[in-house]
Structures are given as C-alpha cells and as structure tokens.
Ligand binder design. Structure first.
Ligand code: EPU
Length: 332
C-alpha cells in the first residue's frame, strides 16, 4: 500500500492540473482497502485513471486509488466467457487482452482512457457499444462499513454515462472487481460512424480489425493527454423531446441525431461547432480543433479558465439552440 501526505495529483489527472491531495492512498487488495477504511477521516474521493476529472483546487481529504490488478477467466460455455478483472487494471489493457484471445464485446471500446473500475461507474461508451452491455457483475466495498457487496448488472441502474454509483450510491462504494461477459463467436458492431467504410476493403473482418480501426479513428480525432491535457468529451450529449427535435430540424436540416429511449440525442460537439467554438480558445483553455466536445489545456491553464470556457460554451449553445448541455467531466 502507498500512503502519502500532501501528494501532487499532477500524474493522476489527464487535464494536467497541478493540485495536491492532503492524503493519497493506493491499495492493492480488498483486504488492504478494508483496513484502510478504518483510518479514513474527512472527505474521500476515489479516482481511477483521472481521465474524467477536473480539479478546481487542492483536495483537502483523502484520494483513494485502486491498484487491484489481475484478469481471470472464471467461467465459460460454448458461447461465452466470464472474465473477472481488477478495478485498477488499465481499461485498454483489458480490451487488448480480450481481443488477443478472440473474445468479443469490448473491441469498440478500444483506447478509452481510464481503468476498469471507472468503466462500471461511468458506463463508458463509444462507437455503438457501452460497458453495460458486457458487465455481468460488479464487486464493491462499502467505504463506511468496509462490507463487501456484489451488484448484478440490473442493480447498477445503467443508462447513458450513468449508473447507481454516480447517483444514489455516489461516493459510497469502491469498486474492486468487474466481471464481464464476452463472446466466443463475436458479433461485430460496425454501424456507428465510418467504421464500416474504414473496413470496406477487408475480406474477413475480425475484432482485431475493429479494434485497429477504432484506435485509428480515436487517434485522428482526440488529443493525446500526454501531449495536451484533456479529459475526453467534456460535455454529455443532450437528449431532447421529439417535439423539440422536429422544431430544431426545421432550422438545421443537416443536424446529426440519434433516436434513443426517451427522445432524440443531439451531438453536443456539433452544436458547439455551429456556435463557432471549434479550434477557438479563451485564455489557455481551448476547444479541440478536430472534436469540439473536447476541451483542452493549451498549457498551464487554470481550472478557472477551463470552467469559464465551459460556462461560455453552455450559454452560447443555450442561446442558439435552446438546449442545456452539461459537463460529463466531474468537477472536484
Ligand atoms: N460533430 C461535429 N463537430 C464536432 C464533433 C462532432 O459536427 O466537433 C458531429 C459528428 O460529425 C457526428 C456527431 O457529431 O455527426 C457525433 O460525433 P462523434 O461520433 O465524434 O461522437 P460524439 O457524440 O461527439 C461520443 C462520445 C465519445 C465517443 C464518440 C464515439 C459522449 C459524451 N462522447 O462523442 O466519447 O468516443 O461518441 O462513439 O457521448 C468520451 O466520453 O470521452 C468520448 C470521447
């Protein structure tokens, strides 16, 4: 176990904010976590890879990080495997592991930054796939009592970028293991965006090809946090009523949209671009020039600069489209 006081979080947030935690603890097992819980005082923040966070200031409590590792095949039948993965495993290492063995279900989620624990909190999603589609079981420890609890996927209450761990049970549990259900005879998901077009000249497309296509798309569109601080999509895509959508479509017939449960999802990146923000900046906070949903630290930006840019964009989108957009990134 690593246990530090006054610890710099610079390497633990992809926005590159140089803030400190009063205490920072990294644990290697459920038992270590349970011991550690007895010593916790004040506020507690559990982080993963820090790829969906914006620290506004130093953190005056304890920051916890899981280093529970391991990928283990726990069950299988003709069609499926169950794979139990430690919350601290880097998400894309798990995807690479699955793809190398021919197990399908997570290849569309290639190269998403962050760790396995966060995949179950955020219900990460990309290119027509979501974590909830492959999660079978989530193991977690109550951060108050230290008791262990297992959540079946239905109990996790998953929706677009939502789960019980972000709502009713926010901050109450630390996820320790996630068990995924993967397919031995993968059914490829090629419908989103230009994936099919990118693979058009391949004869027998495999999940490894899909993974490579998605890596190429992401690398072309999304900034590398090692080069330019960012936290991926800064905003969630809003879902509007059919009525609102139809009235907008009259004014913007070229507007992209996706029919979803409860309404129509409008890409916030498109609206931000229409407002003229793509590639623009305010101070040292910028809007990525290839994907307007992503805010970037142009170098030395303060959290205030990022938040000012965020608020200005929200106001402009509201004024032009009459739609409220909200950050996906957690402001701490
Ligand atoms: N668009 C624009 N301009 C932009 C950005 C997007 O016109 O600057 C348009 C695109 O042309 C397309 C539509 O908006 O018609 C959707 O764009 P894209 O496929 O890039 O996806 P997104 O809705 O902007 C979401 C996820 C991403 C994920 C992609 C692909 C959210 C908040 N974001 O973005 O996730 O990679 O779909 O599935 O849902 C992340 O969460 O950090 C993330 C990168």
């Amino acid at each position: 176990m690593k246990d530090y006081s006054n610890y710099s979080l610079l390497k633990h947030n992809t926005f590159g904010m140089d803030v400190k935690a009063k205490r920072y603890v990294e644990y290697n097992s459920e038992e270590e976590l349970q011991q550690l819980i007895l010593t916790l005082e004040g506020d507690v923040l559990h982080i993963g890879g820090g790829s969906n966070l914006l620290f506004k200031d130093d953190y005056a409590g304890t920051v916890l990080h899981s280093a529970i590792l391991g990928i283990e095949l726990t069950d299988e039948n003709e069609d499926e495997v169950l794979v139990r993965v430690g919350a601290g495993v880097v998400w894309d290492d798990f995807v690479a592991w699955a793809v190398a063995r021919g197990y399908g279900g997570v290849e569309n989620l290639s190269l998403i930054p962050g760790e396995v624990g966060a995949s179950a909190v955020q219900n990460i999603g990309a290119y027509g796939a979501e974590a909830k589609d492959v999660i079978a079981l989530v193991e977690a420890v109550d951060l108050q009592s230290g008791e262990k609890r297992c959540f079946g996927v239905a109990e996790c209450d998953y929706a677009y970028r939502q789960s019980i761990f972000k709502k009713g049970l926010r901050g109450k549990y630390a996820i320790t293991y996630v068990t995924y259900r993967l397919q031995k005879h993968p059914v490829l998901k090629l419908e989103y965006g230009n994936i099919k077009a990118m693979l058009a000249d391949k004869a027998n497309v495999t999940i490894a090809d899909v993974r490579q296509a998605i890596i190429d798309i992401r690398n072309a569109k999304l900034p590398d946090p090692k080069v330019q601080g960012n936290a991926g999509s800064f905003f969630m895509n809003p879902v509007v009523s059919h009525e609102k959508f139809l009235s907008l479509q009259k004014d913007y017939p070229q507007m992209p949209f996706y029919e979803v449960e409860g309404g129509v999802k409008i890409p916030a990146g498109w609206m931000i671009e229409q407002c003229g923000w793509k590639g623009k900046s305010l101070g040292r906070a910028g809007v990525h020039d290839k994907q307007a949903l992503v805010l970037v630290n142009l170098g030395g930006a303060t959290s205030e600069e990022i938040i000012t840019l965020c608020n200005t964009i929200c106001c402009d989108v509201k004024e032009k489209f009459g739609i409220d957009i909200h950050p996906e990134v957690n402001l701490v």
